[in-house]
Structure formats: C-alpha cells, structure tokens
Write a protein that binds this ligand. Sequence first.
Ligand code: PEP
Length: 252
Amino acid sequence: MAGEPRRPLVAGNWKMNGLMTSVSEVSKIAAGARDLAQRVELLVCPPATLIAAFAVTVRGSPLRIGGQDCHSEARGAFTGDLAAEMLKDAGASAVIVGHSERRRYHDENDTDVRAKTMAAMRAGLMTIVCIGETRAEREAGATLSRIEQQFHDSLPVAADEKSLVIAYEPVWAIGTGLIPTTADVAEVHGFLRKQLVTRYRSAGEAIRILYGGSVKPVNAKELLGTANVDGALVGGASLKAEDFLGIAATYG
Ligand code: PEP
C-alpha cells in the first residue's frame, strides 16, 4: 500500500552520560536540527536529570527531547523510578523502552516492556521500543524467531506512527563497533515491516523502524540507505553534536 513517505528519525541515546555543562552540546544539536528539519526529525534522550534543562534549551527548535525508560505505573511507591507522565511534565515528548541494557541490567522482560510501552502511550509520549537478538541467538540461526517473539510480546494491540517507533538493535552491535551486513539489516527490517502491517494494518506501513548499533557518520549512509530503515537510534556517536549531525546529514 503506498501511503505518505515515512519521515526519517535520528534519535540519540545518551545513556548515563551528561551533566548540566552538556547544555552547550545540545544547543549545537538544536541549531543543526533547524537546518535539517525539512528532511529528518531529531531527538535526544539524555539522562532524566537533564530533560527539563534540555527541553528549555531547545525550545523553539525542531529538536525533541526524550527519556530513556519509564515505569509502567503513573505514580506510587516505586522508589527511584520515574513515570511516563513525569517525563512528559519535565519536557519530554518521547521515551525509549526495552533497551537491551535495561533488559540485561534490570532484568526487564517482554511483558515489562509492553507494560511500559502502554504507560508511555497513555502519557502521550512517542515510544521507541527496542528489540534485537544476542550474538548467541544470531549464531544459532534464531534471529527472526527471537525478533518475532519480542515483537509479539513487547508491543501493544493498538498503535500508530505518532505513538510507536521500533528500534532494531542487535545486542552484539551495541557499543562494539560491529555492524550487521546490510543484507542482514534488510532481512530483519523487512520482516518487522510485515509484522507491523499484519498487526496494525495501514498504520503498520507508517510506523518507523530505526536501526541501532554502532551507527557512526562513516557507516550511516550504508545503513540508513537500506530498505525499510527509517532512521537510527544512536548511542556513543550522539554525544558529540558534530557526529550526531553528521549521521543525520545522511538525509541532507
Ligand atoms: C544504543 O545504545 O542504543 C546504541 C545503539 O549504542 P551505540 O550506537 O553506541 O552502539
């Protein structure tokens, strides 16, 4: 079905990096986002401590600010956690859920990820749901079955292109400098597109699928030019405005 072309999204995951002094870096990204706004949407997800300051800094620019995780409940006795509504209140318009580092270090499973996704959508945040296979799963030939299971178990029954973005992030490619072949990326993204259309019908054509895992300015053209890749989720290279904008400029 031929609908509107999907607007590319390049999202930065700052992980546990950044202090108030990083406001100058996000200002540079916001300035670059203005120049690229016709062709690509940009999002920076700093640690929660910086969301409010970054949201004020980038006000009036097309750069969006997001969180890196949220709780599945809106409030309550969950010491140290943050509700999606709180991220929104601080100035976030998006949130990443199900990142492999959350799955690994906080034991989050697909059921948790689905609950967080629904909470984020209820709060009106654009939700980037991360899925991807481990090295062992790829070597065992289980990539697509793992992706299918994560897709099935992590995603809500209803979603559209405003509420949901998928990030395919092979766990073994995150922070390692290793990347899959473009054929492997195309295979997984094509598979995900079919799953999206089956589940969400016409909205499934419009929902963006990002690639994440060691994206750098030097490999961005190849990765972002692959079929059904609608942008990138970028970790390490999103911390420097020059590198992050260099990746986004692939759409320039
Ligand atoms: C990530 O953390 O989502 C990520 C893709 O990291 P990196 O780009 O550093 O591999």
